[in-house]
Write a protein that binds this ligand. Structure first.
Ligand code: FAD
Length: 418
C-alpha cells in the first residue's frame, strides 16, 4: 500500500491526483479460490479482511454485483451501539463495539467513529420501567448503560420538547455513552483497502447467478463473469439473502422489506448525540456535515424495489418534529431506501446451511451496520474452520426448526408489535 509524505500528498493534490494509486486493485476473477464471499457490503468485506488477517487465508474473492458499499452499508443511518435486549445479541454487539473502538487504527483508515452517545427516550412510566430493567441487564453483562432523569435528558439535548403537554412527553432516558455513529462509506473502503493489501480479490460488477452443487456440497458459483470454483462460499448479501439462497434451492425465514431514511439541509451543530425512541420508533442524529439524519420503521410490505412510500417519510418527520420542534424549519435534502433482510425473530442468521461448504450471514434486519466488524470476524472464524464461534453459535439457521429463536422484539418484520 503506497504511503505519502506530507510533501508527496501536496504534490499529488496539485497535480490533479494524476499519479494517485488505486485504493484497491480491479482484478479479473480467477477460476478458483479457497473461499468466495458473495456481497461487497461491510459484512462481506470485513469477512474477507479477517479471513486474510486472522486466519492467513489469502485465496479469497469478494464478488459484488454492483459497487462495494452500494447496498445497505452506504444507505444506513450509521447508529452503532450494543445495548440490545437479548443477552445473545448484547454479547455479539458488544464484541463488535470493541472492534469499532480500534477500527480506525487497525485499518489505518479514518472511519470517523464518533462515540457521541446513544439515548433511548422514555415517554411514560412503563417506558421508564423497561429502560431501567434494560439498563440493569446491560450492566450485569458489563455493558455501559446509565438511566437518566428528565432533567439530565433536558441538559444533554436542550432542543427536545420537554413541555408536559408535548405529543411525546419525555420522562427520562437510557444512554449508552460508548454508542454513536461512524462514516458508512469509509467502513467499506477501509476494509476493502486493507483486505486488498492482504491479497483478497475484490471483484465488482460480478453478480452471482447460481451455484455449482454436487452431492450436497458446494463447488463454486456461476456469475455474470463466468464460473468460479471455491471450497467454501459465504453469502453476505443483506436484503437479497432470500434471493441468493434461493439460487441454491434454500428457503430462508426472511422477508425483504424496505427501510427509508432522509437527511435535511446541513446546519450548524444542534444535536451532539443519537436520539432514539423505541416507543414511537424514530431516530435522529446530526452528521459531521451538519445534516439532520432521520429514520423510523420499515415500510410494511415485502419488496426488492429500493423506493419507499412517502407516507412513511411523513410519519417519521412528524414524530421527529414532535420531539424536536425546531426541525420543522428545515428543508429536506434527500431520501433513500434500502432493502433489509428481516428475520422472523429480529435476530441475524450466522453459520451453516443444509448445503456443505455454503454458509450464510444475513437476517440483520435494520440493525446490521453496528455489527459489521464483529459479524465479519465471527463469520471469518466459521468459514476458516468450519465451526461456529461460541458468540455466533446461538444464531444458527436451524434455531427456527429447534424453537430456539432469539426474539429481539421491535426489530423483525413485526416491528410495530413491540
Ligand atoms: P450490504 O451493504 O447491503 O451489502 C450486500 C451486498 O450484496 C450489496 O452491495 C449487493 O449489491 C450485493 N449483492 C446482492 N446480491 C448479489 C449477488 N447475487 N451477487 C453479488 N452481489 C450481490 N444498521 C445499524 O446498525 N444502524 C443503523 O442506524 C442502521 N440504519 C439503517 C437505515 C437504513 C435506511 C437501512 C436500509 C439500513 C439500516 N441499517 C442500520 C441496517 C444496515 O445497513 C445493514 O444491516 C447492513 O449494512 C448490512 O450490511 P451488509 O454488508 O450485510 O449488506
Amino acid at each position: 500500500m503506497k504511503r505519502y509524505s506530507t510533501l508527496g500528498l501536496l504534490k499529488a493534490g496539485l497535480s490533479g491526483h494524476r499519479d494517485w494509486p488505486r485504493a484497491w486493485r480491479d482484478p479479473e476473477p480467477r477460476s478458483r479460490y479457497d473461499i468466495v464471499v458473495i456481497g461487497g457490503g461491510g459484512h462481506g468485506l470485513a469477512t474477507a479482511y479477517y479471513l486474510a488477517r486472522q486466519h492467513g487465508i489469502g485465496s479469497v474473492a469478494v464478488l459484488e454485483r454492483g459497487w462495494i458499499g452500494g447496498g445497505n452499508t452506504g444507505r444506513n443511518t450509521t447508529i452503532v451501539r450494543s445495548n440490545y435486549r437479548q443477552p445473545q445479541l448484547q454479547r455479539l454487539l458488544e464484541y463488535s463495539l470493541k472492534l469499532w473502538e480500534g477500527m480506525t487504527q487497525e485499518l489505518n483508515y479514518n472511519v470517523m467513529f464518533s462515540q457521541r452517545g446513544a439515548v433511548f427516550l422514555g415517554h411514560s412510566d412503563s417506558d421508564m420501567t423497561r429502560l431501567a430493567e434494560r439498563g440493569d441487564a446491560l450492566r450485569a453483562h458489563g455493558i455501559d448503560a446509565e438511566l437518566m432523569t428528565r432533567a439530565e435528558v433536558a441538559r444533554l439535548i436542550p432542543v427536545l420538547d420537554m413541555s408536559p403537554d408535548a405529543r411525546f412527553p419525555v420522562q427520562g432516558g437510557l444512554i449508552q455513552r460508548r454508542g454513536g455513529t461512524a462514516r458508512h462509506d469509509a467502513v467499506a473502503w477501509g476494509y476493502a483497502r486493507a483486505a486488498d493489501a492482504l491479497g483478497v480479490d475484490i471483484i465488482q460488477n460480478c453478480e452471482v447467478t447460481g451455484f455449482s452443487i454436487r452431492g450436497g456440497r458446494v463447488e463454486g458459483v456461476e456469475t455474470t463473469r463466468g464460473t468460479i470454483g471455491a471450497d467454501r462460499v459465504g453469502i453476505c448479501v443483506a436484503g437479497h439473502s432470500g434471493q441468493v439462497a434461493g439460487l441454491a434451492g434454500l428457503k430462508l425465514p426472511i422477508e425483504s422489506h424496505l427501510l427509508q431514511a432522509f437527511v435535511s439541509e446541513p446546519i450548524k451543530p444542534m444535536i451532539d448525540t443519537v436520539i432514539m425512541s423505541q416507543s414511537i420508533h424514530c431516530y435522529i442524529s446530526q452528521s459531521d456535515k451538519g445534516e439532520i439524519v432521520l429514520g423510523g420503521d420499515p415500510d410494511l410490505y415485502p419488496t426488492y424495489s429500493q423506493r419507499g412510500v412517502p407516507m412513511r417519510l411523513e410519519e417519521v418527520a412528524s414524530q421527529a418534529i414532535a420531539l424536536v420542534p425546531a426541525l420543522s424549519r428545515l428543508r429536506m435534502l434527500r431520501s433513500w431506501a434500502g432493502t433489509t433482510d428481516m428475520s422472523f425473530d429480529g435476530s441475524p442468521i450466522i453459520g451453516d446451511t443444509p448445503i456443505e461448504g455454503l454458509y450464510l450471514n444475513g437476517g440483520w434486519c435494520y440493525g446490521g451496520f453496528k455489527a459489521t466488524p464483529g459479524s465479519g470476524r465471527l463469520f471469518a472464524h466459521h468459514l476458516a474452520g468450519g465451526e461456529a464461534h461460541e458468540i455466533a453459535a446461538p444464531f444458527a439457521l436451524d434455531r427456527f426448526a429447534r424453537g430456539a429463536t432469539i426474539d429481539e422484539t421491535g426489530a423483525g418484520p413485526k416491528a410495530q408489535d413491540r
